[in-house]
Structure formats: C-alpha cells, structure tokens
Write a protein that binds this ligand. Structure first.
Ligand SMILES: Nc1ncnc2c1ncn2[C@@H]1O[C@H](COP(=O)(O)OP(=O)(O)OP(=O)(O)O)[C@@H](O)[C@H]1O
Length: 541
C-alpha cells in the first residue's frame, strides 16, 4: 500500500501490546492484556470506568512502564521510558484534558518544542504553511493566529490533534475525544477520523457512547476489571450487547417514568442577565421556572449560555440584573453556601476542577461540603465512624472503584472521580438540583444508575426515605425538613438529546443566551429540538 501520511511520517503497519500487566497498590489495572491495531484501522477500547483503558494507553504513550509484557511495532520490540520515546516512534495521544498553553496562539502552541532541522531559529512562517496544509487535508479548521484561551473546547481539541499530526504521529490515541463535543461536532470529527484512517493512520478510540462506538469502529475490544473479555466487529452487535459485555449483566437503557406530580414553583429565574468571559452578555434576559417534582431539560449547542447560567445559579458568577428565587426566597446574590442551606445542590460540568481536591482521600472528598454538619460532625469533632459508613454505602451504590476509601482521589480513574462527586451531590435529596452534564465521562452502568436516581428524586421516593433516615438521626437542617413537596425540582443541563428526552417533563432550548422556546418533553422530537437549537422559535417556520 502506498504511504499517504503527511511527508516524513513512517507508517505503523502493526502495533501489538502483548500480555501487558500493570499493578497499582491494591489494583491489578491490566491483567495480561493483548491488544493490537493496524494502519488504516479504527480500533475502539471499551470498558466501564476503572476497567483499565487509560492505564493501557498510558503505557503505550510512555507515561507508565508495564510490569510485564511487550510493545511491538512492525515486528520490533520497543521500550518507552517517556512520552518523547513514544512520540519518536510515531505515537500521539490526545488527552481528556488538553495540554495547551492558553496564553499562546494556535501557531505558537503547535511550534512549541519543535526544533529547526538545521539548528537555526524556527521559522514560524514555515510552520504556519505546513499547519494550514494539515488543516486542509483533515478538515481541522482553526485560525493559527487565535489565542488558545479564545477557542471553544472543540477547537482546542483540533489544535491538539494538529499538534500530534505535525509531530509525525502515525498512530493516534484518542481518549474520550467526543466527551467535550456537541452532536454536530462529533459528526464533523468522525469525517476527520475516517480521513486519517484512509491516509494510513492507526487510530485507537475510547468512548462511553455506544452509538458512536458502533458508528466509527472497525474493531472493538472490551475490557472488564483489567482483562480483555471480548473482541468483536460492529456488524451484528447492538448497543445492548456491548453494554452487557462491559458491565457483565443486562443493562436497561429505557426508563419507565411515573406521571408528573407537579408541586409548587421551587426555582424561579426572572429576566436574568449575566456577563460572559469575552466581555459580552452570555445570558440576555433568561426566564424559567422549575416546579417541585419536575425535571426541566435545558438543551442547546454548547457555548450558548448554559455554563454561565449554571454558574450564576450556583452563586459562582455575578448576576448583572434579574432574579433567582428558591421557594420564593430571593437568592440572586447569595453565596454558594447560602444556596446549599436553602436546599440547592449543584453538579458542576467541570467536576474535576470545581468539585474535588485530588490529594484528599475518597472519604474526605465525599464530605467536602458537609464536614461541618451532622452526621459527619458532632460539635467541633468529626465523627469518623459516620464518615466511613456513609462513604462506604455510596461507594457501593455507585460502584466507585477504589481500593479503599482512604485512597487519594488522584489514584482513581477519571470516571470514578465523577461518580463520587455525583454520589455526594445526589445524596442530599435537595429541593432544587442543578445538574450540568451529569453523565459526561461516566460509563453505561453508572449512567443507568444516575438516571434512575434523578427520576426517583423527581418522584420524591428517595427524598422521603432519606428524610426519614436523616430525621431519626437528628441531623437534618430544619429548613430542608420543612418541605412542602417531596419531589426535587431538577434543571438538567445536557448536550445529550437522548438523555434530555428520556428524563425531562419539559424541555427549554437555549440559543445565543436566550430561551427560544419550551416544549413538552415526552412528545418532543429530535428534529423539533434540532431546529430550536439552531435558533428557530417554535412558532416560526
Ligand atoms: N496512578 C495510579 N495509582 C493508583 N491506582 C491507579 C492509578 N491509575 C489508575 N489506577 C487504578 O487502576 C484502575 C484502572 O484505571 P484506569 O484509569 O485505567 O481506568 P479507565 O478504564 O481508563 O477508566 P475511565 O473510563 O474512568 O477513564 C482503577 O482502579 C484506578 O483506580
């Protein structure tokens, strides 16, 4: 086959990882794993949170060294002591969290660390020319002179890929690249991936979204508890089959929802105007109400004001004008703590940054916001038994994979960190819940659990249970006990239309900082929502 890779790149015809073993204290993260990928192939690595996918890929990228096993490229064994060794062998990795320098331009980021071939100063014009060629070849358009901080997440990801391609990557590891993309961006991204494969790149793809896996893969390898449990091609397997292979039991991907029992207005947002990061208003007079016992979905392409709305509701972003009320009480300018006291919980989109301290243990992170309250403290003392009991229960319920509850959070896989934060926020039985992208990055089993949990809270069943337990132990805030409703009022902010449609009683669509319309959830169609997401009001043609 002819080499269609950009000039200077060597093809990786066949890469094999043979009998790879990697251990961490208390965990066998990779248990004699065999995995291979060929030039022109998109091979997906699938598995629950903590199954061992990232660990396997970090060994391929030289970030960890295998305890046992071999990495063989085109028949020759390689040992990578650092990412530089892997890069030299033609391997590139696009991480879940980007490694770009925000204060530099796209061009400067791509040029960073490059050496001129003859030891002279690097000629940025030459780099730019080559960069533009790559952008054209793979449809990865982004302005080379733009500063990285100005770019949307999808554009930053393009820069990461361009950077890897510029350095001659013949094999690319893509660790959950679509988690940060909108459905439209995913379609464009898949065109790029297919083009890269056609040109002779070998691609390793990681995603928790099964429809994407079926759409893009040539081959799928399923990992469970560090072991390969299955290898298949997408033809002839369904999403349900894949889910069962991953989890080891049947997974129910559809939900029975009880009819809505709408209570009083719990969250009121009136004419809210909030500034964005680029000097303009991100919200231009948003009004919305969520009732007790109701889930209102907020749909929209990312970057249309969702993040700013969530931050304003959480008390993390100042409000220029308008009002926010919980149970009729004005909290527009209240602190995050005051909102928690008023019965609001917040699941942030950036859970790693806003919701956790990575050097603290699992248990300490679980009580992070509640350590001063009962049952976790008695007077000025922490009640370690209660902390341990509550944390253990939640770790089991949410299937958070961790050797112990004293393990530092940074040792957990990304998805398991997310699960712990979700467990903490959902355990409060709040009056009002602001949930931003609650299932982004978590596996199918946890998604199923979280969806059931949101529906249970809507119906008030868990809230009643939790209240009973809490009041018996005399530690619940009087304010939270004094509820006139039993069901939580949930504002579900998500870019996943399937999720929004499956859970929401009503769906509001946001576009350019304004609500373009509110429709009934169960009878909505993806086409109707798609048009609204493009800014077309429901009464317009
Ligand atoms: N540096 C580390 N120290 C200790 N344990 C670790 C470390 N990195 C990973 N682990 C453990 O190894 C196991 C596999 O983790 P890994 O990150 O590979 O999972 P994953 O399949 O990529 O999950 P996710 O989908 O959540 O990203 C987990 O139990 C995790 O807690």
């Amino acid at each position: 086959m002819t080499n269609l890779l950009p000039t200077g790149q060597e093809r990786i015809e066949h890469l094999e990882m043979v009998n790879i073993v990697k251990r961490f204290p208390g965990v066998l993260a990779n248990d004699h794993v065999n995995f291979d990928v060929r030039a022109g192939e998109i091979h997906t690595l699938l598995g629950e949170n903590g199954a061992g996918k990232s660990t396997l890929m970090k060994q391929l990228y030289g970030l960890y060294r295998p305890d046992e096993g071999q990495i063989i490229i085109n028949g020759v064994e390689h040992q990578f002591r650092s990412p530089q060794d892997a890069i030299n062998a033609g391997i590139g990795m696009i991480h879940q969290h980007f490694m770009l320098v925000p204060e530099l331009t796209v061009l400067e980021n791509v040029a960073l660390g490059l050496k001129s071939s003859r030891g002279f100063m690097l000629d940025l014009d030459v780099v730019e020319k080559r960069l533009m060629q790559l952008e054209e070849q793979y449809g990865l358009h982004v302005d080379p002179q733009a500063y990285v901080w100005q770019l949307a997440v999808g554009e930053q990801q393009r820069v990461e890929i361009l950077k890897a391609l510029y350095r001659g990557a013949a094999l690319l590891i893509l660790d959950e690249p679509t988690a940060v993309l909108t459905p439209q961006e995913v379609d464009e991204f898949f065109v790029t991936l297919r083009q890269m494969a056609k040109d002779g790149h070998a691609l390793i793809f990681i995603s928790h979204k099964l429809h994407e896996v079926l759409a893009i893969s040539h081959r799928i390898t399923v990992l469970r508890d560090g072991k390969v449990v299955n290898q298949c091609c997408p033809d002839g397997v369904s999403k349900t089959d894949l889910a069962e292979m991953m989890v080891g039991r049947p997974v129910i991907l559809q939900y029975d929802r009880a009819p809505i029992q709408r209570g009083q207005t719990a969250l009121q947002i009136k004419d809210l105007v909030v500034g964005g990061d680029r000097g303009t208003d991100a919200l231009k007079g948003v009004s919305l109400e969520v009732h007790a016992g109701e889930i209102v979905g907020l749909a929209g392409v990312s970057g249309n004001g969702q993040r700013e709305l969530a931050e304003a509701l959480a008390g993390l972003r100042p409000v220029k004008s308008g009002q926010i009320l919980i149970d009729g009480k004005e909290l527009t300018h209240a602190s995050p703590a005051q909102r928690i006291l008023a019965g609001q919980s917040y699941i942030p989109e950036e859970r790693m940054r806003e919701g956790a301290i990575k050097d603290f243990s699992v248990a300490d992170n679980y009580i992070l916001e509640d350590h001063g309250k009962q049952p976790f403290s008695r007077g000025i003392f922490l009640d370690f038994n209660a902390i341990e009991r509550e944390t253990r229960t939640k770790v089991e319920e949410y299937n958070v994979k961790t050797p112990t509850i004293q393990t530092p959070l940074k040792s957990l896989s990304g998805g398991n960190i997310q699960k712990l934060i979700l467990a903490r926020e959902l355990s409060r039985s709040p009056k009002v819940l602001i949930a931003s992208q609650p299932t982004r990055g978590v596996d199918i089993g946890a998604t199923e659990y979280i969806h059931h949990r949101l529906l249970d809270q809507r119906e008030g069943t868990v809230n009643q249970e939790n209240k009973r337990v809490l009041s018996d132990r005399e530690f619940i805030q009087q304010e939270i006990l004094d509820q006139r409703h039993s069901g939580t009022a949930t504002l579900l902010i998500s870019e996943d239309l399937d999720e929004i449609r499956a859970l929401s009683d009503r769906i509001a669509v946001i576009f350019a900082g304004e609500i373009v319309g509110i429709v009934d959830g169960p009878t909505s169609t993806p086409e109707q929502l798609g048009l609204m997401m493009a800014g077309v009001r429901p009464d317009q043609d």
